[in-house]
Design a protein around this ligand. Structure first.
Ligand code: DNO
Length: 366
């Protein structure tokens, strides 16, 4: 596996490349041009700029998260063909700079969704929280009203602000879209884009729905093993891959995460690993990565990735906010760095168990 770390870019992230470089084992940054509006082509010069910046710190830029999908593609509107063309051009531009994986999602309207960004935990740290009862009680009309009144509280890292400006229109457009329609629209998109991705040596890696169930009546089609199998079969190309996200799929405890890894190992191009602690009412909080700290089988997942010879990219996922760090919700330095070390510790233990003690290292000259 190749350990990476998400970075929001110079001037857009409080974390520096120098800091990332100093976390043991990190090979590359997972990046995006967050200011390019969804649906527009990513300019070559802008891509080159990020690649150069990362190279200075010996970090690769092989994984992009995300090239977001225009809502017209998800809705299957006639204008989708234009946005599919721009998507293909972005892939071509990225491939000129050695990008190997493009993570994306197909969630209508919202990307990931939480109710609290800084929920206090028992140890005094704060973390992202999903209050299931609060979400269940919200109607789409209330969501629109809440967001209009209090937009900043609902903007999460990775969301494009323009999505929130015409929420009511989007909710209306999705009223008649079923899960079957949405899957058809995803298949249409993948059939167009995968041949180009294959030519470019890029793997498209769909991110599961977060949370992995319908919210506010919107359709969701990447919630569980069955959904994943269906969409991988719909377009049987090596470029049609998966981002295995333990925290997203683990938002539903009925998902057997180890089984999902074992079932789709050859299609997992990228993995986001984090733990989640569940409560009786269906709510969950994003705990530390350690297996004991949450409800998910983090070490079992790493074992399964190792057993399947996983050589794709992996990153620690959302962290808690600890040691008084002021940072983007879920994307601070400290807890994610701890996460990276924990995941590598679990991986190295697997290597040790399989291969026996590591051979003695030769001394480097000073
Ligand atoms: C949240 C992220 C998501 C992810 C997108 C991929 O922290 O995992 O925003 O980047 O769903 O398109």
């Amino acid at each position: 596996m190749q350990m990476t770390f998400r970075w929001y870019g110079e001037g857009n992230d409080s974390i520096t490349l120098k800091q990332i470089r100093q976390i043991p084992g990190i090979k590359g940054v997972v990046w995006a041009l967050h200011d390019v509006p969804v649906g527009e082509v990513w300019p070559v010069e802008r891509i080159e700029e990020v690649v150069k910046q990362a190279k200075e710190y010996e970090l690769n830029t092989e994984v992009v998260e995300s090239v977001n999908i225009h809502e017209d593609i998800k809705l299957g509107l006639p204008t989708r063909d234009h946005y599919i063309q721009t998507y293909k051009q972005t892939l071509k531009n990225l491939s000129q700079f050695g990008v190997k994986v493009v993570c994306y999602n197909f969630m209508p309207v919202f990307d990931w969704f939480r109710t609290d960004l800084f929920k206090e935990m028992e140890d005094g740290s704060t973390a992202l929280f999903f209050d299931a009862q609060k979400v269940l009680a919200l109607t789409p009309e209330q969501v629109v009203k809440n967001m209009e009144e209090n937009q900043k509280d609902f903007t999460l890292p990775g969301w494009e602000p323009e999505r929130l400006t015409d929420l009511q229109r989007l909710f209306d457009l999705y009223k008649d879209i079923t899960e079957v329609d949405l899957l058809e629209n995803l298949t249409y998109f993948l059939k167009e884009v995968c041949p180009v991705a294959e030519e470019c040596g890029i793997k498209m890696a769909i991110h599961p729905d977060d949370p992995p169930f319908s919210i506010f009546g919107l359709p969701r089609i990447v919630k569980n093993k069955e959904d994943i199998g269906r969409l991988l079969r719909a377009v049987d190309s090596p470029a049609n891959g998966l981002t295995f996200c333990s925290g997203s799929l683990g938002g539903n405890l009925a998902n057997d995460l180890v089984d999902i890894v074992n079932s789709f190992a050859d299609r997992i191009a990228f993995a986001h690993i984090r733990n989640v602690k569940h409560f009786e009412d269906g709510s969950f909080i994003e705990s530390a990565h350690r297996v004991e700290d949450g409800s998910l089988p983090i070490t079992g997942i790493i074992n399964a990735l190792h057993e399947n010879g996983f050589d794709g990219y992996i990153r620690p996922d959302h962290g808690r906010h600890i040691w008084d760090e002021v940072c983007r919700p879920g994307y601070g330095l400290y807890d994610r760095a701890l996460g990276a070390m924990y995941l590598q510790g679990a991986w190295d233990t697997n290597v040790l168990l399989k291969n026996g003690a590591a051979p003695k290292k030769t001394m480097q000259t000073v």
